[in-house]
Design a protein around this ligand. Structure first.
Ligand SMILES: Cc1cc2nc3c(=O)[nH]c(=O)nc-3n(C[C@H](O)[C@H](O)[C@H](O)COP(=O)(O)OP(=O)(O)OC[C@H]3O[C@@H](n4cnc5c(N)ncnc54)[C@H](O)[C@@H]3O)c2cc1C
Length: 454
């Protein structure tokens, strides 16, 4: 029997692939709900993710998996409008003429920004089109230095800096230019006349997770089950201890995929990962009317949140019983920050007050529900030298049969995503399977027909 620690997308993907390959597998999930960071709330219509989620066109593994699971007909590619809030004004930034009309960048800044995002290096003549192909070359370059050198000071100060403030706060100087270039490549298709094309399932990500759970087999998954220890014998992982319904039990295992944050990996086997994580506080605000006509509004303003993501400007409100859903999101770099220390009631009061200040037409009377989700490790800080810190899929150096598919794995770079979680889960499963095929012919046959598994 192979075991998976964590029933988020990465753990479920690993279990699904292992099962497909003919292995017996059991998933232990500490929470009562599956899906991890993609967990959802109820609405009068479809379920809604507690943390905003969409797919980019560059992400293919999740699309292939949706097809395998028979839910690809639910996948919709919709336009998400982007805008920037500066000095009390919402500036749409989707079409070429909206970008031309944006007053906070000079024409030359816009030209240099455009060339950078198209991957054209204008520092030499003739311009080079291959400068940004290798991200590794920029792994140790500070992001500010890179943008000033490859575009302009104005592009940094008036375009990227507020975005970096919102995403990385006090850690923004630590982030590498490689991350930025990776993010630009990661962003998928743009509809030049309308905006960014993003993926979302009809019904949200819940039906996709449900289909994955069904494919793994609900009988192979235990929720409310926290893995607390791994046992080793002769350099190989041999047991795992699980707390479930107040009881602690130890199970023999032939391989373990840890599909959880690296602090969980460390507590289970002592492996230390140096990647820093930032926390997130994210509210889903339910309103009886819309706030803006934008999906993704970046905030270049002194507000206690970094972005306003009006989900029902992306997916129509009739899917949620006519309600309008707005995500208000902020990242924290330290657990001492006031936001992290505040109660939900304090956050609600502070955020609604700011929304009323920023949008004179907005009134808290339109708010019917305010649900807050917090996660202490919502995203890695992609600082310089990050790639040297990623946790390998195969942790054979720690113990034979130990694998890692959590957020600190290679597939979650340059941006952590559901797609990255699936890739990481598959990578681990494929390594386990390849290892099983290298076993003696009798053992391989036993794996294939399931008779040799515990
Ligand atoms: C604010 C925010 C916005 C995001 N936006 C997007 C987006 O737009 N698009 C996108 O694709 N992705 C997005 N993501 C990222 C995406 O949610 C994650 O990359 C993905 O869900 C990670 O999956 P995972 O399985 O690796 O980890 P998790 O979802 O964290 O799952 C790990 C699971 O392990 C369980 N666990 C922990 N310890 C134990 C233990 N000891 N025993 C048993 N179980 C344990 C946890 O309870 C959890 O369920 C976003 C995330 C956040 C926070």
């Amino acid at each position: 029997m192979k075991h998976v620690v964590g029933g988020g997308i990465a753990g479920l993907a690993a279990a699904y692939r292992l099962k497909q390959q003919g292995h017996d597998v059991r998933v232990f999930e500490a929470a009562d709900q599956l899906g991890g960071l993609a967990a959802t709330y109820e609405t009068p219509g479809d379920r809604i993710e507690a943390f905003y989620h969409h797919l980019s066109k560059s992400e293919e593994t999740i699309v292939d998996l949706a097809e395998e699971l028979g839910v690809d007909d639910r996948l919709e590619w919709l336009v998400g409008k982007n805008a920037y809030y500066v000095d009390g004004v919402v500036h749409p930034l989707d079409t070429p003429w909206e970008i031309l009309a944006y007053p906070h960048l000079s024409l030359y800044d816009k030209f240099r920004l455009g060339m950078l995002t198209l991957g054209v290096d204008l520092r030499e003549f003739p311009p080079r089109f291959d400068s940004y192909e290798s991200l590794a070359a920029y792994e140790d370059v500070p992001i500010r230095e890179f943008i000033v050198d490859h575009a302009t000071e104005g592009v940094y100060e008036n375009f990227f800096e507020p975005l970096l403030d919102a995403k990385f706060g006090s850690r923004k100087e630590d982030v590498s230019a490689a991350w930025l270039l990776g993010r630009i490549k990661f962003r998928g298709e743009r509809d030049l006349l309308r905006g960014e094309v993003l993926g979302y399932f009809d019904g949200g990500f819940a039906p996709f997770v449900d289909a994955l759970v069904d494919a793994v087999g609900r009988e192979n998954i235990t929720t409310g089950a926290r893995v607390t220890d791994l046992g080793l014998a002769d350099g190989a992982v041999s047991t795992l201890t699980v707390e479930h319904e107040g009881e602690s039990t130890t199970h023999d295992t032939e391989g373990v995929v840890v599909a959880a944050m690296p602090n969980v990996l460390e507590s289970l086997c002592g492996y230390e990962c140096d990647i820093d994580f930032q926390g997130a506080v994210c509210a889903v605000v339910t309103m009886d009317r819309s706030l803006t006509d934008t999906y993704w509004l970046n905030i270049a303003h002194d507000a206690p949140f970094g972005a306003l993501i009006e989900h029902t400007n992306f997916v129509p409100p009739d899917r949620y019983g006519g309600q309008h859903l707005l995500y208000v999101a902020s990242y924290i770099q330290s657990y001492d920050e006031e936001l992290w220390q505040s109660t939900d009631e304090e956050i609600r009061e502070q955020w609604l007050t700011h929304l009323e200040e920023m949008f004179p037409d907005f009134s808290r009377d339109s708010v019917t529900q305010f649900r807050i989700a917090r996660n202490p490790r919502a995203a890695p800080v992609y600082e310089r030298g990050y790639l040297e810190k990623v946790v390998p899929y195969d942790l054979g150096a720690v113990a034979d049969g130990l694998y890692y598919a959590g957020m600190a794995s290679q597939a979650q770079y340059p941006e952590r995503s559901l797609n990255g979680g699936i890739v990481a889960g598959f990578e681990c499963a494929d390594r386990i399977d390849a290892r099983a095929s290298e076993s003696t012919p009798e053992e391989s046959r036993a794996v294939a027909d399931g008779s040799g598994e515990e």
